[in-house]
Structure formats: C-alpha cells, structure tokens
Design a protein around this ligand. Structure first.
Ligand code: 1HN
Length: 337
C-alpha cells in the first residue's frame, strides 16, 4: 500500500520503479510481435492490377499496396522491423526518381520488360530476380515493354524510423541520369571476378540485380550433391562479392530449395522473416497454423516463432529478414528443435 502511494508520488517526477517492470521489459526470451500470416497472390492479384485504374505510377510516386501484419493495423509494418508491399508498373509509366535513407529490395513477381535505374545503372527485371536499392541512392522505375509488372518491395522502414534517421529527397528530374551501360555491375562484380585494385565504397553488394536464371541453376545443382539441411533445406544467402558478407547492410536476403516430399525440422530464430514462393508448392507451418504456398504467395513469420517447411514439389522460397542488423548488434539467436 505504501509502495503504491510511493509509486504515485514519484510519477509527477517522471520516474517509475524498474522492479515492477523488469521481467516484462527484459523477458527471458523474445515475445513475438505481430502474427504469422499468408497472402495468397491469386487473391491479391486482381486488387493489385485494379490499382492502375485508380492512380498512375507518376501520381502515386510508387503505386504500391502495403502488406500489413494483421496484428499491426495502421503501422505499415509486416513485422516490427520490416515493411513489405506489392508494386505495380504499367507499360509507358515512370515511377519518378527519389532517394531515401531506407534500403529497399525488390523481388520480382510477374511480368517482364520493366527496369529500375539505381545509382546510374538500369537493370531489366524478370520474375525471381532480387534487386537492391541501397540507402540514399537515386532510383526510378520505368516500363518500356508490354503487360503489367509486379514486384515485392521489402524495406527497412521501421528500423530507420526507430533510429529517427529517416531522410528523403525528390530528384529535380523525373528520371535520374543513367551513366553506365545495363549489365555493367553484373559483369564487373557478379561473375566470379572483380576489377583488380577495386575497393568497395558501399555497405551494399555492388551487384544490384541477382538474376533468377543464375540462382535457379545453382539451387538445382545443390540438390544433386547431397541431402538438404534438416532444419533449413538447401538454404543460400545472397552474397556481397566485395567482402563475403550479406548483400545489404540491414536486411538478410536468402533463397532456398526444399526438395519434393521433404519436411524441415522445427526451427526458429530471433529475426522476423518474409517468405515469397518462387516455384513449386508446399506448406509453411507455424504452431497450429498451416499456410499453403504456391508461387508468388507471401508468408510472414515473426521472430522466435518456430516453423517447418513441407514441400509437395521442389519448393523454392525467397526470404528477407532483419537478421543482418541483429547480427551486427550481437542480438541474433537461432534454435533448432
Ligand atoms: C520506395 O521508394 C519504393 O522506390 C517502394 O519503389 C516502396 C515505400 C516507402 C518509401 C519508399 C520504390 C517504398 C518506397
């Protein structure tokens, strides 16, 4: 009783006792934030395409439907640390040039012929390609071919927001200057070669488009060389060839193949992850929930929720998470069950 009175007397001084809060402030292990959820692309697709009837890419700046965690309504967050959205660009459109401190990744879902220009180089995007837009680089998108083009945007918006380090700038022109030929970065840095004497001045991989054709070949070659990891399947990370590290400084990007009829053992890690179905079908199970996965479906698994992956056919899954940031800060943990 006198304690309660004491707490009330210190409140006007903007003080509070730690001892009543310690265990919830610093729990034994993470309390997952948000819920696991699946967005079936076949259900979303008509709405994504309909967006073109309501607004142009130019007016919208980016014509994107945000994928928001059902337990974090209004937050524009798919997890506590990550943003996800589906972006649509139609033939003839340009999404105007700008830059921001948030890092962005694109994972291409459908269509062909659209490009993104990042820091002076254009790259054409094809389904399954993983494309990087590093922090504070000018970027715009355009589409000179036919048919709608859709990709998943993954950004570290909640992370930059948390640190209060959000900056953005619009380019004076709709399109930023393109100063290098298409394919230059892949030739210089993404072919198992590096220019002699070159030193990276970036926290990001100099390869800013990892084409799926190459990734796919590597994944399938792995299946011939032995059994997959019991908890992870054949899991590969996109690498920065300059230093062997992750491709991006805040978000970890990975792709895996879980062979037909294989089921992974329960696994959890402290990073929150967004999965995208690329090829094949299967199921991602989180606790009592089973999320069927077909190509282009998106599943979010908050950190420290255990999951298993069951492949009906050879199942290829792309994923991104906040693992890089956690590793750098010494927080990241994993548990094989
Ligand atoms: C952005 O710049 C893009 O460049 C996509 O395509 C989504 C969400 C919030 C802020 C900036 C893009 C974005 C974004």
């Amino acid at each position: 009783m006198s304690r309660e009175a004491y707490y009330q007397r210190i409140a006007p001084q903007h003080m509070a006792p730690l001892w009543t809060r310690l265990k919830s402030l610093v729990p034994k292990e993470p309390t997952p934030v948000g819920v696991a959820h699946r967005w079936a692309y076949s259900e979303l697709r008509p709405y994504v395409l309909e967006a073109a009837e309501h607004i142009s890419a130019e007016e919208a700046e980016r014509r994107v439907l945000i994928l928001e965690n059902p337990a974090l309504v209004g937050s524009s967050q798919i997890t506590q640390t990550l943003y996800a959205g589906l972006q649509l660009i139609m033939p003839g459109e340009v999404a105007p040039a700008h830059r921001h401190t948030q890092s962005a990744l694109r994972f291409i879902v459908e269509g062909s012929g659209a490009y993104t220009a990042v820091d002076g180089e254009k790259t054409l995007m094809a389904p399954g390609d993983f494309v990087i837009t590093p922090s504070w680089t000018w970027h715009h998108h355009g589409h000179d071919a036919s048919g709608p083009m859709v990709w998943l945007d993954g950004l570290d918006i909640p992370i930059t927001h948390f640190f209060g380090s959000t900056f953005r700038e619009d380019h004076r022109d709709e399109e930023a200057a393109v100063t290098r030929p298409t394919g230059d970065a892949l030739a210089r840095y993404g072919s198992g070669l590096l220019p002699v004497g070159w030193r990276s001045g970036s926290l990001n991989s100099p390869v800013f488009n990892y084409p799926y054709a190459r990734t796919r070949e590597a994944l399938h070659a792995l299946t011939k060389a032995g059994a997959p990891d019991a908890h992870l399947g054949h899991l590969m990370r996109y690498v920065n060839p300059a230093d062997g590290g992750w491709a991006m400084p805040t978000m970890a990007t990975m792709i895996r193949l879980v062979p037909r009829a294989f089921a992974t053992q329960p696994y959890r890690s402290s990073d929150s992850a967004v999965f995208v179905g690329v090829e094949g079908t299967g199921e991602l199970r989180v606790g009592e929930q089973g999320f069927a996965i077909t190509p282009h479906d998106i599943v979010v698994v908050p950190g420290w929720m255990a999951y298993t992956i069951h492949a009906d056919s050879d199942l290829v899954l792309f994923s991104y998470s906040d693992r890089v940031a956690q590793e750098k800060l010494g927080f990241w943990r994993e548990q094989r069950q």
